[in-house]
Design a protein around this ligand. Structure first.
Ligand code: ATP
Ligand code: LTN
Length: 330
């Protein structure tokens, strides 16, 4: 059997260019030679408060985005996490083999617990990584394509898998992270020290899959640049331009060297104009197809129904073994 690849995105607000480049685009390339499960992780989404009506809409948005990015439902399975209850069950069990100290070291928890800190954050936000480990381990996943911000969660998943295997006998495959060289961390267009993020309140900081050409143009032209001029790739000294070059690389396939050559002696204005047009051209078919899929919710429901069946069958099998290994039930 082919190696299995698993990944997921939270159905919280619109998918942005960071999600697209860091995750979705990578997924579509992988599906050619792997068996793939792509999950919409709604149980993770509720670790911070969500408006129930919006959450349901966001789940369909995510499904449409997966398809628009090129996930082919004939080859890959798309499904909703909460519809396969074994995720929550295994998440609970893995929480019992995860240490508090390990969870306390997770930077995402520190970032997302926000102003109120641990005192105010939900316990679910704290145990988030155990549920993520469950998502992955439930399917004997061998590789997980994600952006760099998820690396720490993936390392913890590997630790949890090994610990469980040692304690209860070999049960889980230990998965590897798949992180690309350029684009694993697309930065905010307004602050190149922060990643482009769904939860960033600044509209100008991120390009959304649903943005039209004028909006993309406006956001690129207003993106911050570095004080030192010149289109050259130097993430330490010129983080803003390095980020824009990474986006250009993904939109055109050109290497950093090509881009430097093309814009030698030119200013940031010229570069941004070319970037905006390249990005619009690259994103236009994705955005168009996103709206087409999103306008046909019945088809999305059908697809998610089929995805649930496939995932459920695999999860049922695995959980039988897990319950037996742990000694649960009779
Ligand atoms: P938030 O920023 O609010 O936490 P998010 O934008 O990270 O949300 P997720 O659903 O948590 O969205 O992430 C989905 C996938 O996109 C993950 O694989 C994640 O690593 C990747 N990703 C998220 N942001 C970026 C980014 N700026 N650059 C590259 N990949 C990213
Ligand atoms: N934590 C991830 C989303 C996520 C995920 C997963 C990614 C939940 N479960 C399993 C890969 C595999 C995030 O992007 N914030």
């Amino acid at each position: 059997m082919k190696d299995l690849v698993f990944s997921g995105v939270q159905p919280t607000s619109d998918i942005h260019l960071g999600n697209y480049i860091g995750a979705l685009k990578q997924w579509t390339a992988i599906q050619n030679n792997h068996r793939c499960l792509f999950c919409i992780v709604d149980l993770h989404a509720i670790t911070v408060p969500q408006e129930p009506k919006e959450l349901r809409e966001n789940i369909l948005d995510a499904a449409a985005a997966y398809l628009a990015a090129g996930i082919d439902p004939k080859r890959s399975t798309i499904f909703v996490q909460s519809e396969v209850p074994e995720h929550a069950e295994l998440g609970w069990i893995l929480g019992t083999v995860t240490k508090m100290g390990e969870l306390e070291r997770m930077t995402q928890f520190k970032d997302k617990s926000g102003k109120g800190g641990a005192e105010r954050a939900s316990a679910g936000l704290f145990t988030y990584p155990a549920l993520m480990a469950a998502d992955i381990l439930l399917y004997d996943t061998s590789a997980v394509p994600v952006g760099e911000d998820q690396m720490q969660h993936l390392e913890l998943t590997r630790v949890i898998a090994r610990r469980f295997n040692e304690r209860f006998g070999n049960t889980f495959q230990v998965p590897a992270a798949l992180i690309q060289k350029h684009g694993a961390r697309i930065m905010s267009l307004q602050d190149p020290s922060k990643k482009m993020s769904k939860s960033d309140p600044s509209e100008l900081s991120k390009i959304l899959l649903s943005d039209d050409a004028d909006t993309i143009r406006k956001k690129i032209m207003r993106a911050v640049t570095d004080t030192e001029g010149g289109v050259s790739y130097d993430p330490d000294r010129k983080p803003a331009i390095a980020n824009l070059m990474t986006i250009f690389h993904h939109a055109t396939g050109k290497t950093m060297k090509d881009i430097e050559g093309e814009f030698e002696g030119k200013g940031y204005g010229d570069f941004k104009k070319a970037l905006a047009e390249a990005l619009i051209e690259h994103m236009a078919p994705v955005t168009k197809s996103y709206h087409e899929y999103r306008d046909n919710p019945n088809a999305l429901h059908k697809l998610l129904d089929a995805g649930r069946e496939t995932a459920q069958a695999l999860a049922t099998e695995k959980m039988k073994l897990v319950r037996q290994r742990v000694g649960l039930g009779r």
